[in-house]
Design a protein around this ligand. Sequence first.
Ligand code: ZN
Length: 481
Amino acid sequence: MTVDAFRALLAQTNLYVYERSVDEAENTVVATVRKDLVKYLAVAGEKSDLFTGEQEGELKLCPLTNENAKALQTLFPYTKPKSHRGHQFTMGLGDRLGLATAGHIRALAGHDIYPVFAQQSIRELNLTHRTFTDVISAATFNVFQEGYKKGFGADGDHLKTKEEIKYALESGCTMVTLDCSEHIDQKAATYPIEKINEMYAALPENVRKHYEETYLNKELPIVGHMDEDELRRVVVVFWDGIAHAIDCFRYIDEIKTVEVDFELSIDETLTITTPTEHFVIGNELHNVGITPISCAPHFSGSFEKGIEYAGNLNDFARDFEVHQKIADFFGYKLSLHSGSDKFAVFSTVARVTKGHVHVKTAGTSWLEAMRVVSEVNPDLYRKAHKFSIEHRPEAERYYHVSTKVADIPNIDLQNDAYLAEYMNMPASRQTVHIAYGMLLEQPWFREEFFRTMAEHEEEYYAALVRHIGKHVRYLTAELSI
Ligand code: ZN
């Protein structure tokens, strides 16, 4: 089967063809097509049997299932996620809907940024009722649809246990973001020193001995001298988390079948990560021969979902510079979580890291979908908006947000033309942002939402090019990448 013969076959159907997708391998041609708003792979040629679908003459019409994603990955290896090792600027672009990646691809066009298109946490998987395989398959189909061949990663985000790591890697994830927060005694960061001393004394003797020998009475690079009180606090808070990180890293090494990128995240803690804490963590990993690809400290200021950075920018810049020095010292990148919409810090992030950084975004692409809904299906937006306000206390169980519902202008007093404004206001952005899981569970929302998105996918891609494109522009302006 040649591409020309394949196109001739397609021309006899009433299928809409995604032109950039058409590709050939092993005498087999495949394209993404659409029929009545539903997408399929159209397949013809020698390897058609790899795919499952309805044979219609010489063409086989195959639904976008996980099995057919696997077949696509076999035939076209660029549709399969792989490690981002060696790439300077990497960006996590979570797509909770399975619809956004094509827009993300267009937003990155012309930039040397390696994307991690598949990126979900277990929390997000649960809230969207998806599996890691579903998430990766969606990225695979989007990548194929756009004819994007430069590679992408798949991040099992905020994984906490070996079971979760195993699940992610078996599903094809190429990156593990380990979240040690359950092994970190977060409250101890602010305990009085008497209590720290008591807790420290109760730790195993070999642990205490190891830390004292490694850190006391030494002039440490970057962070200098550590006194006993400071060391005891760091050890009480972090020793178990560090042990867990080492244990999980070794486990990954043991079970992995492909190259896996290991990120250590300590961003979801109660207190900001001090340089000393960061140094000790990096050093403990280094001393046992572990170099993560990236590390996400809890930076100063507040990085809440879906809204601009809040905090003192001078403090952030100073803090970020020291963390960068520590990351350079141990040979990994800094990783910025909840990077969506933090435009005010991007210049600093770019300048300090020189573009050697990982930045994660996710929820903001859901908000852009809701912006499209507010413009093309105002009735659905109104219902979803009210639902989000009503259910915000439940949503706050999963996400910490500080904006107030009282600051959202009453939607009943607004005409349809105004609705998109809600996607520009912090309070309504956060309210709709954290409701995604509950909304997608409502049959009245789910069905009409996905139909609306299918009818208006080009508008959605354009919205993502604008919004994610703004992130990329601010992050790369002075880097020429
Ligand atoms: Zn995080």
